[in-house]
Ligand binder design. Structure first.
Ligand code: ADP
Length: 600
């Protein structure tokens, strides 16, 4: 008894959740979509009325055909039947087209909101959520949700009409003939084949679109740090919306073809049946077959059967869509642990950074302390070289300074102000980061350099080409760029794969130059560059560092020898700190052992 009550409570709470989810889902239908859906419903009513009237028309036709004397009445009936079938076919085309357009509009809105919500999440979220999982939410789940708000409505409306209207008709007539519609089958087969060939082509195009969009999303999400360090979250959201808009024509063509197919099928099917019955009428005249009432009865039975089975399918589909909605709303409702835009913004900064007694564990591994009481200072305009064995925590310090993560304890000050009280997005605009293996996006060289522009909303066209060229020149990149056949318009390939390592680095330096930041974080390149290329990169970096506070993650003895100050980090602790000469002169110091293992 108690178990039954428990089951009932659970069922009711599930129903309540489903109702809430469904109501929330309906909010994604805009007023324009509602208008589209209303017209689609009117179009569908035409088809429904046509479908319900059809068996009755057949019955009348049969009776009329069996009466050979009234040719005028026969002709009239055939013509009016044809008009009705044509109206039904147009309704069928229109509703298919409009429901598809409305579904596309709802899914676009959902996707853009979801993508923007994902971009706003903190770095710890990305460490723990697989990219494909997010992609699945953005594609399959969103599609199921959009269908539930548009095409499933259509199905419910249509199947209810069939089931209820058909039931009424069924009881109002008397069945006499068995089904004589097998002649429709070859026509359906030919139409299906023709549409199938066309649909195959279109589906390929649509899949290409989907994969183009999916790989672009994949790239941006896989490189979320780069997007974030350049504060490009809003820009990327807009770019994504534009990319989706660019597929609109293909969606329209596919919807148009599907509509024509369904409309043509209905028209062809009904017309061929008309032919069969016309011929059947002659058979009736010769008393070879019985009258039409049973035919209409059989057809109404089929209508009723299809209506009820359709309704149960829609119910299952809607439930599946609600579970998709749950997964999507989970992200939309998630509050990132660091809100990128919360906090103060300063008018100007000097560029002093103090890391004070910072301890840190990554959110994905909360029990593994990566930094234990780290304290370092980076003074205005100075370079601090951070070195130490791999895995010691150098990159983690850089990630904390750019507020990709928050310290577990301790604090980081910018010009004496606790960074946690400042806007994370604003802080990143004051910093440029050049990594060992910089990430470029699959776009032109010009667009990749302009990615460093401080104001995300400024487009490349507003951004003076001369600024981009000047940054490229100072980054020692101009000469190789102008030698390329398309110059600044050269496509760099996915992740910049069409450029060499040294070229990629110089583009990344130009990107940092254009940002003109007060603070610089450099992860010195150790990738195998040839001597000439290495010299060019080195020169460009030195130019970039002039007058800026630089945290330099150093991997070479030559870099360390030229540094003003050096901090050695090992196992998450600063183990030694000082000038090169002081550290090297200490026998048995960690630094002197370390320096022997580093390349020059
Ligand atoms: P370094 O830059 O000195 O080579 P890192 O700062 O990259 O060292 O890494 C310090 C430690 O933090 C390593 O043990 C590494 O495995 C771990 N680590 C780095 N990134 C992450 C992450 N996103 N999630 C969990 N652990 C990480």
């Amino acid at each position: 008894m108690a178990q039954e009550e428990g089951g009932e409570v659970e069922r009711r709470s599930e129903e309540k959740t489903n109702k809430q989810l469904f109501l929330r889902l309906l909010n994604f239908i805009s007023n324009d979509d509602k208008k589209t859906l209303a017209i689609a419903c009117i179009a569908m009513s035409l088809t429904s009325v046509n479908n319900l009237a059809f068996p009755k028309i057949i019955s009348n036709l049969i009776d009329s055909m069996s009466n050979s004397s009234n040719t005028q009445a026969k002709r009239k009936l055939v013509v009016s039947s044809l008009i009705m079938f044509a109206v039904g076919a147009v309704g069928s085309w229109l509703r298919t087209y409009l429901f598809t357009i409305a579904s596309d509009s709802v899914s676009k809105r959902l996707r853009v909101e979801l993508f923007k919500a994902i971009l706003k999440q903190e770095s710890g979220f990305f460490d723990q959520t697989p990219v494909q999982d997010m992609q699945c939410r953005m594609t399959d789940d969103v599609q199921a949700m959009a269908n539930a708000t548009t095409s499933n409505f259509a199905k419910v409306y249509r199947y209810t009409n069939s089931a209820l209207g058909g039931s009424i008709m069924l009881f109002s007539i008397s069945p006499r003939l068995t089904v004589a519609t097998l002649g429709v089958v070859p026509l359906v087969g030919v139409t299906g084949m023709l549409y199938g060939m066309r649909a195959k082509k279109m589906s390929k195009k649509m899949k290409e679109n989907i994969s183009r969009i999916a790989s672009s999303v994949d790239e941006k999400l896989a490189n979320i740090r780069t997007v974030r360090l350049f504060s490009m979250e809003d820009y990327e959201g807009e770019e994504y919306a534009n990319l989706l808009n660019s597929t609109q024509e293909d969606v329209k063509h596919a919807a148009h073809a599907e509509g024509l197919f369904l409309g043509g099928l209905a028209f062809g099917g009904f017309t061929s049946l008309l032919g069969v019955l016309y011929y059947g009428g002659t058979l009736v005249e010769r008393n070879l077959i019985t009258v039409g009432a049973l035919t209409s009865f059989a057809m109404y039975s089929a209508t009723v059967g299809l209506g009820f089975s359709g309704l149960s399918q829609v119910y299952a589909e809607t439930l599946k869509a609600l579970s998709s909605a749950q997964r999507v709303f989970e992200i939309l409702d998630r509050k990132p642990s660091v809100n990128q835009d919360d906090g103060r913004v300063l008018d100007s900064i000097e560029g002093n950074i103090e890391v004070c007694n910072v301890c840190f564990a990554y959110p994905s591994r909360p029990d593994a302390l990566v930094l234990s009481g780290v304290t370092i200072q980076l003074h205005k305009g100075e370079t601090l070289a951070l070195t130490g064995p791999s895995g010691g925590g150098k990159s983690t310090i850089a990630a904390l300074i750019t507020r990709l993560y928050e310290p577990s304890s301790g604090k980081i000050l910018l010009d004496g102000i606790n960074m946690s009280t400042l806007s994370a997005s604003w802080i990143r605009k004051q910093i440029a980061v050049v990594n060992q293996d910089p990430i470029l996006f699959s776009d032109t060289i010009e667009a990749n350099i302009a990615y460093g522009r401080p104001h995300a909303k400024r487009s490349i066209s507003e951004f003076a080409t001369v600024d981009i060229q000047d940054a490229a020149r100072r980054a020692n990149a101009l000469s190789f760029i102008v030698d390329l056949p398309d110059g600044f318009q050269t496509q760099v390939g996915e992740r910049g794969s069409l450029l060499s390592g040294g070229q990629r680095q110089r583009i990344a330096i130009a990107r940092a130059m254009i940002r003109d930041p007060k603070i610089l974080i450099l992860d010195e390149a150790t990738s195998a560059l040839d001597n000439a290329s290495e010299q060019l990169v080195k020169e460009a970096l030195e130019r970039l560092m002039e007058g800026r506070s630089t945290l330099l993650i150093a991997h070479r003895t030559s870099t360390l020898a030229g540094s003003q100050r050096i901090a050695v980090i090992d196992g998450g602790r600063i183990v030694e700190e000082g000038h090169y000469d002081d550290l090297i002169s200490k026998r048995d110091s960690i630094f002197s052992h370390l320096i022997q293992s580093l390349p020059c």
